[in-house]
Design a protein around this ligand. Structure first.
Ligand SMILES: [Mg+2]
Length: 186
């Protein structure tokens, strides 16, 4: 069954372990490994009916290679890639572009989540957009301590596998709210 919750997700150090990346002479990623549990969780989300968008800083060529290698190319319903949009997160265009591709309006923001490892890009970007922010806190290469209010995530996951239960809860909350609203206006 299709989920109400829409999932925006970062790539590097959220799904892919950046320390494993091998790049060609142009800087394009040609090989990488996913974090333990990331692929299983991601496929489960897709198979359970979540709409998933890639919202990531990098080049199209790298992301094409990465998700082709891991067999997840078909899972993204939309892609916002910084190299194509000429701006990086937290620029609103990165989030807006994904919303537009999915036909989402401002009134849909309450059912969008952004998952990422970078406080200054992913979390600030999501918080400024008014969408739910989820910090993937397991990369050892990034600061995970917010330095100001807008870097504070709504939720934190300590490993990829935690994402599934969290998103199920959030999706249920949205469904329950919808039912309450419908009841009120009967
Ligand atoms: Mg990242």
């Amino acid at each position: 069954m299709k989920k109400d919750l829409v999932v925006f997700i970062d790539s590097g150090d959220t799904l892919i372990d950046e320390s494993t990346e091998i790049r060609d002479e142009n800087g394009t990623v040609i090989h990488s490994k996913m974090f333990d549990g990331a692929k299983e969780t991601f496929l489960k989300l897709y198979n359970e009916g979540y709409t998933i968008a890639l919202v990531a800083d990098g080049t199209k060529a790298s992301f094409d290679n990465i998700y082709r290698e891991h067999g997840l190319d078909h899972c993204f319903a939309a892609r916002a890639i910084s190299d194509e949009l000429k701006q990086q997160k937290p620029a609103p265009i990165m989030f807006r572009h994904a919303m537009e591709q999915l036909g989402l309006k401002d009134s849909d923001k309450n059912r969008i989540v952004m998952i990422g490892n970078n406080l200054k890009r992913d979390i600030v970007g999501a918080n400024r957009m008014g969408i739910t922010s989820i910090l993937a806190s397991y990369s050892p290469r990034y600061n995970m301590v917010p330095e100001c209010e807008e870097e504070i995530p709504d939720y934190v996951i300590a490993k990829p596998a935690e994402l599934f239960d969290l998103l199920e809860q959030l999706d249920l909350q949205i469904k329950n709210k919808k039912i309450l609203k419908l009841d009120r206006f009967k």
